[in-house]
Design a protein. Structure first.
Length: 261
């Protein structure tokens, strides 16, 4: 008989997969608090490592769907992701050195940044046929490295940074930036997960259940992304509201821990 924790992990994974598929981000931003407060993981580093592994697999699965739909600009995706991979390795190494309680406070603050990012208006009518020049290569590389470093430190896929970063660096419209971002989300999270796994910070059974749920949510999210178009703005507001609420909860919980210690 399947346990309550397994059910919680599968349902949490479904929510994360849907977020990745429909708005190209939010996966690990939701994964870590879900693992801590819904699934029942007790260590922040294990939640980050486990969440990163699950988000990586789900991001690559969603990437295949967007690739088939023609929404991935591979040149931009590879340029951004390759530079960000180095940042993710550096950031994840630094993140393991920070105490769990402090890491959760910082994570809650980065969640607030993610929520604000989701509220910013973005272009929907740009031309996906961008021309690559030297300036664009440097922009994508520098922004990618910065996004990868933040992603690795907090153990997040970083979609809320990658999508606007791709749009700013290359001029891609949002649907193509979402599709292309999943390459970097998967790559950054995979590097972070590998780094955390080396220190024993991955709960493998929970990760497998999370991934299974993510497959379902990812398929639903990808189909929604293709059909909602500009109506996805409402989902961005809903996502931002959920992120703000969870961030406040995490800050309150962390403050309580500090006060009692």
């Amino acid at each position: 008989m399947i346990s309550a924790q397994a059910v919680a992990a599968i349902l949490s994974g479904t929510a994360v997969g849907f977020s990745l598929g429909v708005i190209g981000g939010g996966g690990s931003i939701l994964a870590v608090p879900l693992l801590l407060y819904v699934v029942g993981v007790t260590d922040a580093h294990i939640a980050i490592g486990t969440g990163a592994l699950a988000v990586s697999v789900n991001a690559f699965v969603n990437l295949l769907g967007h690739w088939r739909a023609g929404t991935v600009h591979w040149t931009c995706a590879v340029l951004f992701g390759s530079a960000g991979a180095f940042g993710a390795a550096i950031g994840s190494t630094l993140g393991k050195l920070v105490a769990s309680e402090k890491l959760l406070v910082l994570f809650a603050l980065i969640m607030i940044v993610a929520g604000i990012s989701a509220l910013k208006p973005r272009r929907y009518d740009a031309d996906k046929r961008v021309s690559i020049d030297k300036n664009m290569v440097w922009r994508l590389a520098l922004i990618g490295f910065a996004a990868g470093t933040v992603s690795g430190f907090f153990g997040i896929g970083g979609g809320f940074l990658i999508v606007p970063g791709l749009m700013f660096g290359s001029g891609l419209p949002i649907l193509n930036a979402i599709g292309s971002s999943l390459f970097s989300v998967g790559l950054f999270a995979m590097i972070t997960a590998a780094n955390y796994a080396l220190s024993g910070f991955v709960a493998w059974p929970i990760a497998a259940e999370f991934i299974a749920g993510g497959f379902i949510g990812g398929m639903l999210g990808m189909r929604s992304a293709l059909h909602l178009g500009q109506k996805k703005r409402a989902l961005n507001y809903l996502f931002a509201a959920a992120v703000f609420a969870v961030a406040v909860y995490m800050l309150v919980q962390s403050t309580t821990v500090f006060a009692s210690s």
